[in-house]
Design a protein around this ligand. Structure first.
Ligand code: BEZ
Length: 239
């Protein structure tokens, strides 16, 4: 999918604003080498870099990486796929916010992350978990019939097993609701155009139908809140 990096940043910057919290769990140290996987326009990569760690931002989208490099020229950014990226040296930690649900299938991504970590290295990740944006998926099913779900939303048990099978020991895991308020200038229709293109394409009639399906569930007093559920996990690569 092609990303509109400017629209992402102006209308949907809550994506990385929520992720700031996760940097606390990462606790980056000066001199560490850290990978930000699925870095988007690089705002959190830059926050991590402020701590004195050396950060590498990786994203599959050339549009996002162009924008990230423009805004943060001192940071190394690479266009690469989560399933096949290779770093020249292993890292002390991998951080990923709101990105892993786009990376399907998940097994090669978990294997690539495990390969990229030093023994004892840590993984600090958050993404959509089981039940994430269920209303949007229900709306799509209602207005389109069958469609291919572009996202991967695992349970705690499923993702913890996947990490363990790849030599990573899970040290913390939680799945929790985080209703996400949309900005008045970027409502549900904009969300669907920005993030659900793989489902709706440019079918404006279907987007409008989906918005009306979702209105009674997700819109109160004119404010849209999308039913996000986050899976937050930390893990450590076995020595
Ligand atoms: C999420 O962050 O959970 C998400 C964002 C866009 C599309 C689907 C899920």
């Amino acid at each position: 999918m092609n990303w509109d990096a400017a629209r992402y940043q102006s209308g949907h910057n809550y994506v990385y604003q929520y992720g700031a919290d996760l940097i606390g769990m990462l606790a980056p140290q000066p001199g560490e080498r850290i990978l930000d996987l699925g870095c988007g326009t690089g705002q959190l990569t830059a926050e991590i870099a402020k701590t004195g760690a050396t950060v590498i931002g990786v994203d599959r989208s050339p549009e996002m990486i162009t924008e990230a490099s423009r805004q943060f020229p001192a940071i190394q950014f690479l266009v690469a796929d989560g399933a096949s990226f290779v770093l020249d040296r292993p890292v002390d930690a991998i951080f990923s916010n709101a990105a892993l649900h786009w990376m399907k299938p998940p097994q090669p991504v978990a294997a690539a992350m495990a390969r990229a970590l030093k023994p004892g290295g840590r993984l600090v990740i958050e993404f959509g978990g089981k039940g994430n944006v269920q209303s949007v998926l229900d709306a799509a099913r209602t207005v389109l019939g069958n469609f291919e779900n572009p996202w991967y939303y695992p349970s705690v048990a499923e993702y913890a097993s996947l990490l363990e099978a790849n030599g990573l020991e899970v040290t913390f895991a939680a799945l929790f609701p985080r209703p996400t308020e949309l900005k008045p200038n970027a409502g549900m229709d904009d969300w669907l155009r920005m993030f659900a293109t793989p489902i709706f394409g440019t079918r404006e009639d279907k987007i409008a139908e989906a918005v009306e399906y979702l209105r009674p569930k997700l819109c109160q007093d004119g404010v849209w809140r999308v039913d996000y559920r986050r899976l937050r996990i930390t893990a450590r690569k076995n020595n």
